[in-house]
Write a protein that binds this ligand. Structure first.
Ligand code: HEC
Ligand code: HEC
Length: 440
């Protein structure tokens, strides 16, 4: 077995948008082995067949497009975080795939429920340990450019500050090189919320909204007695993505930054520690502390409003061979640009990432019927490795010619994959059967 593939098996947990086939197979509830994220029971196949869709603000500027494209690669690069995170194949994408929160993320020992993680433990960085089991919810990063400050307590003023904090303090990574940082920030800045036709740009319901939600809107924006002259909208400001960018004590454990309510209809858990499963519980919370008793009907209206504000139709997409190949294709285009700019380190980073992407495709083509397809993938991956090696020696002409060869190999691989794609594990039915057979 080629070494690069062995690596993929060993670090099996590389979890792109939730989990990989290999990761899913490695069922274990022992945190001591600590090698896999366990998907919540029942969501196993789902996590391998659909993923969060990425929404980007488009940019005309070619220079910015380069940094955004590179940032998308860095976001899933296996070498950015610290040692322990790397060992288990963790990247930004593990927790924030597609710019959303990974709603299936569950790491035994660190999670209390899906989509939560205790980052103040000794696992990734010993100095972080606060001696308590206090997991927090993984936030969505969609629309993050508009919702400063960052972190659930709002301690970080800029994307740069929180990103550095995540990499260095939380996951014990080396301080990222300025260009790597620039790329990540450029990428984070273009992540958009899921388009919602029920809301206008000022955060008011449009005509497409329901009457029930409209009544909820009136309640949301009206000042309540007992709330010190506040309405829900004073903190969840409609024109500002339903947050005010300030931390308040609403009785959930100190001052917490008001969360945006966009995308909330995709599901919880809600509040910074994920204490509530349902939106109506979260909605009722402030009414309770403001001493206001809502009738069931009013509660229904308020929740209907929140559901329409938080609506996120089309927020996920099927995982297909075409989509995975397109991702590789975009990354290879970025690779070409890093060579043009004579950036060996960035080229190396892209190659490591692309080879892992290819490894994941490889995982979906098991068995004798796919030998050809796998061989072509291996060849493609090796040629990409040569690109990185040549770049590292600053032999850019050689690197470019290796890249040209790898493009041909990539086309060959794509053709071979397409021929047998119908019987690969991109097919949800086959995937399900495959996983079931392995589990028994
Ligand atoms: C193990 C899961 C995990 C990984 C991996 C991870 N994050 Fe996060 N991220 C979180 C959690 C949990 C928070 C909430 C932290 C807090 O509130 O203090 C967070 C918060 C953030 C925020 C601030 C969001 C906000 O609205 O305040 C940004 C930006 C972010 N992460 C970016 C990244 C980037 C970039 C990477 C990769 C370098 C990354 N994260 C890797 C779990 C993760
Ligand atoms: C004083 C400011 C303030 C007011 C007023 C307020 N909220 Fe909040 N809201 C917050 C904060 C802060 C949190 C986060 C608490 C936490 O995470 O522990 C929150 C959380 C929420 C959440 C959960 C969102 C999520 O993603 O977890 C919902 C839903 C919500 N509020 C709805 C409402 C409604 C409805 C009202 C009016 C009845 C309201 N809020 C009034 C500050 C406020």
């Amino acid at each position: 077995m080629p070494r690069w593939h062995l690596n993929i098996l060993v670090t099996a947990a590389v979890f792109a948008w939730g989990l990989t086939v290999q990761g899913a197979l490695a069922q274990t509830d022992s945190f001591a082995r600590r090698s896999r994220w366990l998907p919540w029971p029942g969501s196993l196949t789902a996590g391998l067949t659909r993923r969060a869709k990425e929404f980007q603000r488009s940019t005309k500027d070619a220079e910015e497009r380069f940094w955004v494209g590179l940032g998308a690669v860095v976001f899933r690069a296996p070498t950015v975080l610290g040692l322990e995170a790397r060992r288990i194949g963790m990247t930004c994408e593990t927790c924030h795939g597609g710019g959303d929160a990974n709603r299936r993320f569950f790491l035994a020992g660190l999670s209390s429920k899906p989509r939560t993680v205790d980052l103040t433990s000794a696992v990734f960085r010993r100095a972080n340990d606060d001696g308590r089991f206090n997991p927090i919810r993984i936030p969505s990063l969609r629309g993050i450019a508009a919702t400063a400050p960052y972190g659930h307590r709002g301690r970080f003023a800029t994307l740069r500050a929180i990103t550095r904090h995540v990499i260095v303090d939380e996951f014990a990574g080396k301080p990222p090189a300025p260009k790597v940082m620039r790329a990540l920030i450029a990428y984070l800045r273009v992540l958009k919320p899921v388009p919602n036709r029920l809301l206008d740009p000022a955060g008011r319901l449009t005509r497409a909204a329901s009457d029930q939600a409209r009544r909820g809107q009136a309640m949301f924006t009206k000042t309540w007695p007992g709330a010190r002259g506040r309405s829900c909208a004073s903190c969840h400001r409609p024109a500002r993505a339903f947050t005010d960018g300030k931390a308040h004590d609403v009785g959930t454990g100190g001052r917490i930054e008001t969360p945006s309510l966009l995308g909330a209809a995709l599901g919880g858990p809600f509040m910074h520690d994920g204490r509530f499963e349902r939106l109506d519980q979260a909605a009722g919370h402030y009414a309770n502390i403001a001493g206001r008793v809502l009738t069931p009907r009013q509660r229904g209206e308020l929740v209907a409003f929140l559901h329409e504000v938080g609506a996120a139709e089309g927020a996920d997409e099927p995982i297909t061979l075409a989509a995975d190949l397109a991702r590789v294709g975009s990354a290879v285009a970025i690779l070409a640009l890093t060579l043009k700019r004579k950036e060996p380190t960035l080229a190396g980073l892209v190659v490591v990432t692309v080879r892992r992407d290819i490894g994941r495709i490889h995982d979906r083509f098991p068995g004798a019927g796919h030998t050809q397809a796998r061989r072509r993938l291996v060849r493609w991956s090796r040629l990409l490795q040569l690109v990185a090696r040549a770049a590292e020696k600053k032999a850019f002409t050689r690197a470019r010619s290796a890249l040209a060869k790898s493009l041909v190999a990539g086309r060959d691989a794509t053709a071979a994959l397409s021929r047998t794609a119908a019987t690969s594990l991109y097919d949800p039915v086959r995937l399900k059967a495959f996983l079931a057979a392995r589990r028994n």
